[in-house]
Ligand binder design. Sequence first.
Ligand SMILES: C[S@@+](CC[C@H](N)C(=O)[O-])C[C@H]1O[C@@H](n2cnc3c(N)ncnc32)[C@H](O)[C@@H]1O
Length: 270
Amino acid sequence: MDSEQAPPGIDVTKPHPARRYDYWLGGKDNFEADRESAEAVAEAFPSVQFSALENRAFLRRAVTYLTAEAGIRQFLDLGAGLPTAGNVHEIAQDIAPESRIVYVDNDPIVLIHARTLLDRRPEGRTAYLQADVREPDRLLSHPDLLDTLDLSRPVALMLVAVMHFLTDDDRPYEVVRRLREALPSGSYLVMTHATSDHLTAEDLAQSDEANRRSGIPFRLRSTAEFSRFFTGLEVVPPGIGSVMSWRPEGWRAHPRPEAVSMLGAVARIP
Ligand SMILES: C[S@@+](CC[C@H](N)C(=O)[O-])C[C@H]1O[C@@H](n2cnc3c(N)ncnc32)[C@H](O)[C@@H]1O
């Protein structure tokens, strides 16, 4: 898209994570400011596109596992992103057509494209809310969420590549704790997060500077910091690690873990 085609009400002069991620995944719903932001990140982290692709492949494997093996039929996908190949409801409803999915994002452009996310199997249901992860109580009490999901039955809480947009001031651990508490035993937490694990102090400073220039607040976290989100949960094997190592399917060439620098895990709420 170029600025002449900008939908009304969308500020295309500032970069936004949903459109930048769309650019890395090869989509068309991005603007000049998003591409400039993407290039600023790629200067410090040239393999960022691999990271986006591996993250999305993890999401597909995690949803497949939860639906086919863990018996989950309800998904709350926070920071859902623009529709792309293999949205959560398509993956889950291919296995269990009655699956229900609530998508949430805070970028108004996702709302414009949300029809694709609402095109569900007749047996299942989907809903889309424009809301902010930083306001968990507001989104948990939203009538469309409560109309679609039964919060007395297990739900997979999906926080895939979104929590790194919450800085420490956004109190990310409190946000996740509040979301976890709203779900019954037998629910799951699925999370991926960009990591600082492989960076020297000098690289980290360069990365922080690139993120600052990119115009989108971003907080890399170490494995120890990521693991704190899972305190008290039953982490599903193979545990917490690179998204690439989580139940890989068959053989295919992967970049090195440091080129992806994305942690992932799936855990059951006891
Ligand atoms: C990198 S994309 C990830 C999309 C999808 N979850 C995936 O992993 O393929 C991050 C998404 O989170 C959304 N996002 C960022 N901060 C958010 C917030 N505070 N509340 C809701 N959504 C947010 C962005 O708009 C974007 O669509």
